[in-house]
Design a binder for this molecule. Structure first.
Ligand SMILES: [Fe+2]
Length: 301
């Protein structure tokens, strides 16, 4: 075989491999059709009834699975948490038909003993990955630090490398150390570089009890706020809905490769029941009328 023919064959092989890889990715995306729910923080003087109401609403939506952003229990010492897990699991058992993926928060995991308890009570490691249809979610642990440790970043890279064909991809961990970096427009941090390298779509955190959404350089960074965790101090300081301080949960629809998120505020005495598309909220806050449209609409029929 002469050199020209060899080059031709090599070229055809490269095209075929590329087309195959694109087909895997396209097929992976096309097959998705499911919903899941994201629940926010509960710890920090949890408001009575709020977390239970969030779960009742989530139950009405019949998600394929439920994931949170950490701080499920109040914590406060190894001696206290057995009872706290027992109490919250009474509620979880009511909804055990939904696979539940808990993320370790600083109230959940703060010592070796509390880490062991977390693993035993949740049935999950402190970091793990899972697929649902062709989507992939990686859960990481920064409960005891702010940034992601080298070990967490190594786990992330190996998990993403093993699931390159999955799409879309989400990363969940508790503390949103990315906020100041993303706000100044810096992509020069290891998490972001890995997210870009492996095509991660969403990075989702909690901890701040504040809804926040910062799309940046092809990755959507989001903080899910309070699903019952304390917000009184923020409200005393004058913060409100437009600042992301409200009780809510997030309803996620994955259709093909597209992710749509709807944020649902609680109603009754705990909010105004506002629902909005997550993409209508960015670093400047809400891009919609935050009043009740029913008060201003003038129906013609
Ligand atoms: Fe926290």
């Amino acid at each position: 075989m002469n050199r020209l023919n060899r080059n031709w064959i090599a070229g055809l092989l490269a095209v075929a491999l590329f087309a195959g890889a694109m087909a895997v990715r396209a097929t992976a995306g096309e097959d998705n059709d499911f919903h899941f729910s994201i629940i926010g923080d509960r710890a920090g003087s949890p408001a009575a009834q709020v977390y239970g109401r969030v779960w009742r609403e989530v139950d009405m939506l019949h998600p394929a699975f439920v994931i949170n952003v950490g701080d499920t229990i109040q914590g406060g010492g190894d001696a206290k948490i057995e009872e706290q897990w027992k109490e919250i699991k009474t509620l979880f058992n009511r909804y055990r038909q939904y696979p539940l993926y808990l993320v370790p928060g600083n109230h959940d995991v703060f010592s070796e003993a509390s880490e062991k308890t977390f693993v035993r009570e949740t049935g999950r490691a402190v970091h793990y990955g899972f697929d649902y249809q062709n989507a992939h979610i990686t859960v990481l642990d920064n409960s005891r630090g702010m940034e992601l440790s080298d070990a967490e970043l190594q786990f992330l890279e190996s998990d993403l490398a093993q699931h390159q064909a999955q799409h879309p991809k989400f990363i969940f961990f508790h503390k949103p150390f990315w906020i100041p970096l993303v706000r100044v427009g810096s992509g020069e941090f290891a998490l972001h570089k890995l997210a870009r390298k492996y095509g991660v779509d969403y990075v989702v955190s909690g901890h701040g009890h504040t809804f926040m959404r910062l799309p940046f350089d092809g990755v959507v960074y989001m903080e899910v706020g309070s699903s019952g965790g304390g917000v009184e101090k923020k409200i005393e300081r004058g913060a409100g809905f437009n600042d992301g301080v409200f009780f809510h949960h997030v309803w996620v629809y994955v259709k093909g490769g597209r992710v749509s998120m709807t944020v649902k505020e609680l109603d009754g005495q705990r909010g105004q029941g506002r629902m909005f598309r997550a993409e209508d909220w960015d670093e400047r806050g809400p891009h919609f009328d935050t009043g009740d449209p029913a008060n201003t609409d003038k129906p013609t029929t």
